[in-house]
Every structure is written in structure tokens, then in C-alpha cells.
Ligand binder design. Structure first.
Ligand code: NI
Length: 180
């Protein structure tokens, strides 16, 4: 497992990442796959303690200071693990219905949690190249997975989750939004 140093400098994080050339170079492929492994390890109690890393379910290349449109997701649940190593992801459609995490979002690049609800579409359809399956994929995600993917895709455009929180009323409830 590769130990990454996660960037917290907003000057770097605010940059817009660039399209990655396909077919994927060996170097880019290794990087995005290492990012998935990092996330997997971060959710393992023993490993996260051993290496002193915060648990995370998503990571974008810019969080390592690499300005490329690549992101990793690894969601370890009781019965299954969902992982993606996406290159040049694009949201092709999304629901009007919104959702939000009732605990608020967090980010490995934001050391102190910012309180408030982040509203995002409940469902998204994303097209990308996936370095795990080595195929172009269409992902239909809803709820938590949809939030994770959208949070990571925001990183590619230099957007941090707290920028989406209503400053005046961070816990304002929007009608019809799904609580996750
Ligand atoms: Ni983040």
C-alpha cells in the first residue's frame, strides 16, 4: 500500500484538473489504482491506526497535488465493497430530487469538519473510464454512492463541499430532499 500525503492547501485544491489522455499510461493507471487501495486500507481499523490515516471513501488526484481528472472510490460495507478508479468522469444526467447526508460531509483535505447540509442530486448517471475493470463504464448511483461520486467530481473542478453549505442557514431543510 502506498502512503499518500493528502493536500490540505486550498490554493492547490481550488485548481481545475485536466483531462487525462487515454489509453491510460502505466503511471496514471498505477496512481488511480493505488488511490483505491489507500482508501481500502484507510477503512481497515488496524491499518488506519498503524499508518495514522483518516478513513475515507473517496479521493481525487488533486488531493495528492496531481492535477488530473482521476478519482477513486472505495466503499466497504458489511456485505459488499464498491470500488471505482475513474478517469475523466462526466455526469450525463441527474435527478431533480435531492439528498443530503444528515451527518454532513467530510473530506480528507479538510482537517476540521464544516457543519451543515450539502444538497446534491439523489441520483446521477456518470460515464468514465474505469481502471479497475479497464473499460468505459456507465454508473448509475443513488444515495450515499451518488454523494461520494459527486463530492469527488467536485474536486476535479476545484470545489470543496463546504462551499455548497448555506452560510446563513447551514441546516435549512429543503422540501422533498432525501435524508441519507
Ligand atoms: Ni473531499
Amino acid at each position: 500500500m502506498k502512503l499518500f500525503e493528502i493536500i490540505t492547501d486550498t490554493k492547490i485544491l481550488k485548481q481545475i484538473s485536466e483531462e487525462v489522455k487515454l489509453p491510460l499510461s502505466k503511471e496514471d493507471e498505477e496512481l488511480v489504482l493505488d488511490m483505491v487501495e489507500y482508501l481500502r486500507a484507510s477503512q481497515d481499523e488496524e491499518l488506519s491506526e498503524k499508518y495514522n490515516i483518516r478513513p475515507g471513501v473517496g479521493l481525487a488526484a488533486i488531493q495528492l497535488g496531481i492535477k488530473k481528472r482521476m478519482l477513486a472510490v472505495c466503499l466497504v460495507e458489511e456485505k459488499k465493497t464498491t470500488s471505482y478508479a475513474l478517469v475523466n468522469p462526466v455526469i450525463v444526467s441527474h435527478s431533480v430530487r435531492e439528498c443530503f447526508l444528515n451527518t454532513g460531509e467530510g473530506c480528507l483535505s479538510v482537517p476540521i469538519d464544516v457543519d451543515g447540509y450539502v444538497y446534491r442530486p439523489y441520483k446521477v448517471t456518470i460515464k468514465a473510464y474505469d481502471a479497475i475493470t479497464k473499460k468505459k463504464v456507465t454508473i448509475k448511483a443513488r444515495g450515499y454512492l451518488s454523494i461520494i461520486l459527486q463530492h469527488e467530481m467536485d474536486h476535479l473542478d476545484g470545489i470543496l463541499y463546504y462551499e455548497r453549505i448555506d452560510k446563513k442557514e447551514p441546516f435549512r431543510l429543503r422540501q422533498g430532499a432525501e435524508v441519507i
